[in-house]
Each structure stands twice: as C-alpha cells, then as structure tokens.
Design a protein around this ligand. Structure first.
Ligand SMILES: Nc1nc2c(c(=O)[nH]1)N[C@H]1C(S)=C(S)[C@@H](COP(=O)(O)OP(=O)(O)OC[C@H]3O[C@@H](n4cnc5c(=O)[nH]c(N)nc54)[C@H](O)[C@@H]3O)O[C@H]1N2
Ligand SMILES: Nc1nc2c(c(=O)[nH]1)N[C@H]1C(S)=C(S)[C@@H](COP(=O)(O)OP(=O)(O)OC[C@H]3O[C@@H](n4cnc5c(=O)[nH]c(N)nc54)[C@H](O)[C@@H]3O)O[C@H]1N2
Ligand code: SF4
Ligand SMILES: [Mo]
Length: 736
C-alpha cells in the first residue's frame, strides 16, 4: 500500500499554516503541522486536522442543486448553468444591471480562484450592489490604512520577532490565530518575546486566553477604544514624548493632529473608556520609552461605532513613538505577488477615494468598491428604480454572519432569482434557486494572495492539489467566468478556459504593450490562477523579471519548494511603499479629524446596564465549521459568559438559561458564569444558530446554538467605513 506525503497551506484561517498530509488509497489518513515549513514551522490547530472531515463530510455538496417546486434536486453542471442563463439575463434586461447584487464572504479570501476571479464576475455584472464580509470585519482598518499609506491593503503589522512591548486591543489570537496579521503560533512568539524581557499588554472587555498569558490586562468599556487611544495620543503630546525618528521627513499633518486631540486628555477620556488616567499615561510612557514596541488592534477595535478612528489611532501611536516601519515596531510586509504597494511607481500614487456612489436606500457611501453588508436587506426590500431582485452569493453566509439575519432571510425569499456558489446547503444558500459547489480545498491548488501582505515574515509558498478534482466539476475560477459569460450574454455554453485566455491577452496588452506577446509566450501552458500567479511572481519584488534577474522567483521555483521559500524578516519600506498623492504618510486625514467631532459629542455617554460582545473559539470558524466531527465534539461552546456579580444581580445561575434581548428581538442562551468578563458585559460567540428549516448540516443541527447577530442592529454602522457595529451593543438579560 503506497502512502504519499503532501505539504500544503491550510486555507481555513489567516495563520496560513503549512500542513503535512499523509494519503493512502485516495484517503487522508493523517494531518499534522509541517515541521519543515519555512513560515509556520509545524504549528497547527484543531481546524487544520478537520480538513479531512471537511473533505469527507457527506453533507458537503459535490453536485449542483436546482430548486424545483421548492425542493432542491441534483443537477448536472450544464443543467445548472442553463437554468441560470434561462433566468438571470432576462431579469437584467428588464430591470437593468443594478437589479443584481453580489455578496462575497470570508472563505473567498482563502481561495485563490475565488479571490482573483470574483472581480471578473463583478465587472461583467456591472452592478454597484457589491457586498462583502469586509464591512462586518476589517473595512475600518483598510480605510484608515488607505488614507495613511495610499493603498487599501497596506496594513502595518507588529514585527513580533524583534518586538519588546506589544499593546494589543480587541484581538484574541490564542483563539483566532491572528487576523490582519498572519502569525502562526502567536503564543510561541509572544512567549519568546516575554522570555527576552518583553511585555504583552492586552485591552479587552474579557480576560481572554491571550489576556491570561499577558503581562497586564485592562478591561475596557466596549466601544471605548477610540477614547483610550485619543488619551494615549494626547499624553504623548502633553508629556513631550513624540519622536518621529527616521519618519519625520515622510509624515504630514502632525500639527493638525496635535490640535485635534486637544480635548481628549487621559483624565477626560478615562470614564468613557473605563481605564483610569494613571494607567493611560503610564501605557503611553511605556510605549514611547520602549525602543522596540508596537500597538496592534483587531476585530474588537473595528466592529464598533468608531472603527475607523480607532484603527487610524493605532497607527498614529506607532508613528508618534517612532515605531512605525522600524524593526520591532509595526512594519509593512513585502509580498512576493499581488501587492499593490509593490506595483506602479514607488513612493507615491493616486491614494484612495470613497463615496464614488452611494447605496440607494440609506445613502451609505461606497468604500473600496463595496456597499455595507448591512444594507443588503433594505436594497432587496425597498421598491423603486434599482431595487435588487437577483443575488449571487459567493462563499457567504450573511443570514448568520450579518446583523438581523431573520430580516435578511425574509428578503432573500422575496428575490426573483438567487444563485449561491458554496459548499453547503446552509442558512443562506437554502434560499437560492441554484447552488454551485466549490471544490474541496484538497482538490485545488493554492497560493495566498492577501495574507503575505500581513505576514510576520516575508515568504512564498505554493500548494499543489492533493486529489484530482471530480470529473466534470469546474474549479471555482471557471465557475465565476461562466457566470460572467452568462451575465454578459455570451451564453452558458461559453468555454471558461477560452475566456480566460482572452482576458489574459487583453490584460497583457494593457500592462506590457509591445511586450505582451512575449509575456503570453513565456506563460504558455498555464491557465487560470496558476498563470496569474506566474506573472505576479515574476514581475513582483523578488521576481526574475522574465529572465532579467536570473536568481529571481518564478512559479516553477516556488512550486519546487513544498516547504516554502523564506524571503526574510520584515524590512523598512517607507517611503518606497507609499501610494499617497503627496508621497507622505498622511497622519491627519481631514475626514478622520472631522469624525473626531462625533466622538467628542459622545464623551459623556452613560454606561448602559449591559452590553454584548462576541468571541471566537479555536474549534469554530465563523458560521460554517460546526458540521465537522472533530470540531463539533467536546463541551458546548455557544454559551453566554456572564460576570458572577451581574449574574447575582439578575438572578442567573451557572448553566441556567437567560433571555437576551436587544433591538426588539430576543434569544435564549445557556449562561456560563465567568470572572473573565468585565461587569456589565456579556460575551456570546458569533456564527451559531444552525438548525434552520431547509438547511442540510446534520451534525451542526444537533447542537445548533443561538445567533448573536439576531440581537444586533443592522442600521448601526461606522459612518466612514460602513462597517457594522457588532460589539458593545446594549442588551437586557433576564432569567427564563
Ligand atoms: N456578531 C458578529 N458577527 C460577525 C463577526 C463577529 O465577530 N461578530 N465576525 C464577522 C467576520 S470577521 C466575518 S469575516 C464574517 C464571516 O461571515 P461570512 O463571510 O458569511 O463567512 P462564514 O460565516 O465563514 O461563511 C462562509 C460561507 O462560505 C461557504 N464556504 C466554505 N468554504 C467554501 C469554499 O471553498 N467555496 C465556496 N464557494 N464556499 C465556501 C460556507 O459554507 C459558508 O456558507 O462574519 C462576521 N460576523
Ligand atoms: N478559531 C477561529 N479563528 C478565527 C475565526 C473564527 O471564527 N474562529 N474567524 C477568523 C476571522 S474571519 C477573523 S476576522 C479573525 C478575528 O480575529 P480576532 O480579532 O483575534 O478575533 P476575536 O477572537 O473575536 O477577538 C476579538 C476580541 O475583541 C474583544 N472585544 C469586543 N469588543 C471590544 C471592544 O470594544 N474593545 C476591545 N478592545 N475589545 C473588544 C472580544 O472580547 C474578543 O476577545 O479571526 C479569524 N480566526
Ligand atoms: S491556525 Fe488552524 S485553521 Fe488556522 S491556518 Fe493554522 S491549522 Fe489552519
Ligand atoms: Mo473576518
């Protein structure tokens, strides 16, 4: 019996661990961390092991489904595309392009075919109604980074390998394994930092797993980060701790910034954020006086009413203390492929703009080509010119992942037509008329497009498919091109590979002019994501420039290194990576200074009796991995964590059921007493609430849990980024 060993990157979360799979007779027999991986060195979490369960899950869709008389029936790929052609183009012809919307979800960031080809479909469709998980997540950080550095994906990450003081807000990498920061084995790296005398300080309304290993932990009033951060910035100016260092000549706006934070001294903000002024001032001093230090914030700082301000102030703190773009501080990775901050003219660019159009119903501004996910339901419900009547979801489960999913579910039922590209018949895709399954990750090649731009170390790693794709099942990039062809009127019979060739030739002409044919010749034999990757690697910052730098990277070289190619520690990149029109780091963007008025008006806001926040567990992944046996076992995890003092006040016992109400809706959740919680704050994980009628998730339905988003307000957004407010939402708790 022959066994084969396969090395590949885990596509399930942002840590991008290198895995080692042992395969016998077409079956995975074991999955472990790949000790030789240059980037993750053997680290793995339980979800990596669950890739086997995902591959084998009998509920995972392998055949397209078409809904006929309210029931899903299996169909061939030709039948499924024909059904879409029969129904979608006439709708567009009658009601216009805006009548169709796209909703794209988290897993698309982890599949190269989806990430590189989604934009082909979006362009072909020509609708402004594009919604994504980004506005339930990181859009504030993308916006603030875009304003500061000139590009949406230029996000500074802690250089943890050399850092001696890390201030972390609203993140729990021990459970999440990191986000907008690709850092497998955060715990090991943080321990190494502590072992060399460094310190980790965590700011979170819950004493999380990460907080528990930290040198200090501070509770914060949910949504209060902007005030804490303003207090820190104010202290730096007030105590003359500002030192820009090397960055001084590359920074704009320091005077306007100083003026803008005048009203936010540590003493003024203390009550609002729940952290006393002495602590704020001493944190500011520690940050300023530690030569190698960084501030990092994640989802807790983004999914709140001042998400963009908080995200911005984190980088402001790094800059003012001389830690931005310095070793051991917050640095900007240099990815081997696909990074806009390595393309075009080094040192300046067009910068970013928002609000090129607005959503029809609420008038929410476009941000990075998208509208807020929380506007989707109203765009479907509200009659008039441009009403959304058709929807294509791509790896997206907003019925669970977006606030007030019940309203969205009703809206989805009222659509004239809905297509889902997905791997499950779940809470969202049950509303579709046609479901087109994606390949199992193990049947697909992979290269991370986005995450090397946020990585703790520069690297290039390629994964070949472990198994052949089932006969006749297209890759997701081919499915996206087919859908693009259908909405462009080219017909369901259009050949995806041929369209891909044509698109590539067109792009090559635009990019390389007279050299286009040479590029086409040099990449002959490749197609799809492989060909785009070859082009990106060879023309990228480490590339062979099509032979001009013989030692440079090519796809063949990356493929020949199954453990990856290490491209070294992070390096200083300012000013070269800037793409702002001025060629400077814009520390004081006018839109952000203006938004400070809103924060000022909110300084005296009283403390609500009880607010709710979310949490993550290492055995979950948003809304879609509760059907996998290795992850589903063990203690029930969808519990409401309540501080014992609150519980006593409200008459709640450990293990009892509490009714949690908010925004006129309520759910019933099992109470778990925990002094990890800040008094006045309850924590419930998101992504639960399975067992809805029509879904096919047999294991998940056995312990469905309840949905946090059922309580949240779909109209509460950070106005700048359009991001949903998912944290710090007032609720009432009562014994049942
Ligand atoms: N209250 C609250 N809500 C939250 C959050 C929170 O912290 N609190 N977090 C938010 C965040 S950060 C995010 S990113 C979103 C995530 O929300 P979504 O973007 O909706 O993502 P998931 O919930 O992960 O659902 C992923 C969908 O993709 C499908 N899928 C999985 N693998 C594949 C594949 O290979 N191909 C295809 N085509 N489909 C696939 C799954 O079946 C599922 O339908 O949730 C957000 N919602
Ligand atoms: N195991 C697992 N891993 C995941 C995911 C998953 O669902 N499960 N999801 C992936 C995705 S899509 C993402 S975006 C990342 C997210 O990665 P992280 O940002 O690390 O996400 P969380 O673990 O939810 O940690 C957020 C923390 O913010 C705290 N918090 C809530 N409100 C506030 C606030 O107002 N201020 C402050 N300072 N803190 C607050 C919460 O208590 C929580 O501890 O994780 C990714 N990795
Ligand atoms: S931490 Fe777990 S889920 Fe994330 S990439 Fe690594 S093995 Fe996969
Ligand atoms: Mo996310």
């Amino acid at each position: 019996m022959t066994e084969t060993i396969h090395h590949r990157i885990c596509p399930l979360c942002e840590a991008c661990c290198g895995l080692e799979l042992k395969v016998r007779e077409g079956r995975v027999i074991s999955i472990r961390g790949n000790d030789s991986d240059v980037f993750s060195a053997g680290y793995i979490c339980p979800k990596g092991v669950a890739l086997k369960d995902l591959h084998e899950d009998p509920d995972r869709l392998r055949t397209p489904l078409i809904k006929r008389n309210g029931e899903f029936v299996e169909a061939s790929w030709d039948e499924a595309f024909a059904e879409i052609e029969r129904r979608l183009p006439p709708l567009l012809a009658q009601h216009g392009r805006q009548a169709a919307a796209l909703s794209v979800g988290n897993p698309s960031a982890h599949k190269i075919g989806l990430l590189l080809y989604f934009s082909r479909l979006a362009k072909a469709l020509g609708s402004r109604n594009v919604f994504s998980a980004s506005t339930l997540d990181q859009m504030p950080k993308q916006l603030s980074s875009g304003l500061l550095f000139g590009h949406w994906l230029s996000v500074a990450v802690p250089d943890i390998a050399r850092c001696d003081f890390l201030l972390m807000l609203g993140a729990n990498p021990l459970a999440s394994n990191g986000s907008l920061w690709t850092v497998p084995d955060f715990k090991g790296k943080a321990k190494a930092m502590q072992a060399r005398g460094g310190q980790l300080v965590v700011v979170d309304p819950r004493r999380t797993e990460t907080a528990a290993m930290a040198d200090a932990h501070h509770f914060i009033r949910p949504g209060g980060d902007v005030f804490l951060l303003l207090g820190l910035v104010h202290t730096l100016f007030d105590e003359q701790l500002v030192k820009l260092g090397r960055l001084a000549e590359f920074v704009n706006g320091i005077e306007s910034l100083e003026a803008a934070v005048q009203g936010f001294s540590a003493e003024v903000v203390a009550t609002r954020c729940g952290i006393d002024a002495t602590t704020i001032r001493s944190l500011a001093r520690q940050l300023a006086n530690t030569p190698r230090a960084a501030v990092y914030g994640r989802i807790g700082t983004c999914t709140q009413a001042y998400g963009t301000l908080a995200s911005w102030l984190i980088d402001v703190l790094n800059a003012l203390t001389g830690h931005l773009d310095e070793p051991g501080g917050a640095m900007l990775p240099k990815a081997a492929a696909f990074a806009s901050n390595t393309a075009g003219q080094p040192g300046n660019g067009r910068g970013i703009t928002t609000g090129r159009h607005n959503s029809r119903v609420s008038g929410a501004p476009e941000v990075f080509g998208e509208l807020p996910m929380t506007c989707l339901a109203e765009e479907i419900e509200t009659p008039g010119e441009g009403q959304v009547r058709a929807l294509i979801t791509v790896a997206s489960n907003p019925v669970l992942s977006s606030p007030n999913g019940a309203r969205l579910a009703r809206a989805l039922d009222s659509l004239d037509f809905m297509v889902s590209m997905d791997v499950y018949l779940n809470e969202t895709t049950r509303h579709a008329d046609v479901i087109l399954p994606g390949l199992s990750p193990l049947e697909d090649m992979h290269y991370d497009v986005a995450f090397p731009q946020f990585s703790w170390r520069n690297h290039a790693r390629y994964s070949a498919p472990v198994f052949e794709a089932p006969a006749g099942q297209p890759s997701e990039w081919e499915t996206l091109l087919k859908l693009a062809a259908i909405v462009q009127g080219k017909g369901a019979a259009a050949d995806a590979k041929r369209i891909d060739d044509e698109n590539f030739a067109e792009d090559a002409k635009k990019l390389f002019g007279e050299h286009a044919q040479a590029v086409i010749d040099a990449t002959r034999g490749l197609s799809g994501p492989d060909r785009l990757l070859e082009l990106a690697l060879r023309t990228g910052p480490y590339g062979d420039q099509f032979g001009r730098k013989a030692e440079g990277l090519t796809l063949a070289k990356v493929k020949a290194a199954p453990d990856g190619i290490d491209l070294g520690e992070l390096t200083s990149r300012i000013p070269e990576m800037l793409r702002t029109p001025t060629g400077k780091v814009e520390l004081a963007p006018p839109a952000l200074l203006q938004d400070l008025q809103r924060a000022a008006g909110d300084l005296a806001q009283p403390v609500p009796d009880m607010v709710i926040v979310g949490r993550r567990d290492v055995r979950s992944n948003n809304s879609w991995m509760h059907n996998l046996p290795v992850l589903a076992k063990g203690p029930f995890r969808c519990t409401a964590l309540v501080n014992p003092a609150d519980a006593q006040r409200l008459g709640l016992a450990d293990g009892s059921v509490a009714r949690i109400s908010g925004n006129g809706r309520s759910i019933e959740a099992q109470v778990q007493l925990s002094d990890e919680m800040m008094p006045g704050v309850v924590s419930l994980p998101h992504g639960w609430g399975h067992g809805l009628p029509g879904a096919r998730l047999s294991l998940a339905a056995e312990r469905p849990g309840v949905n946090l988003n059922a309580l949240l307000d779909e109209d509460w957004r950070d106005p700048l980024s359009g991001n949903a407010v998912l944290s710090g939402v007032p609720v009432q708790l009562a014994a049942v």
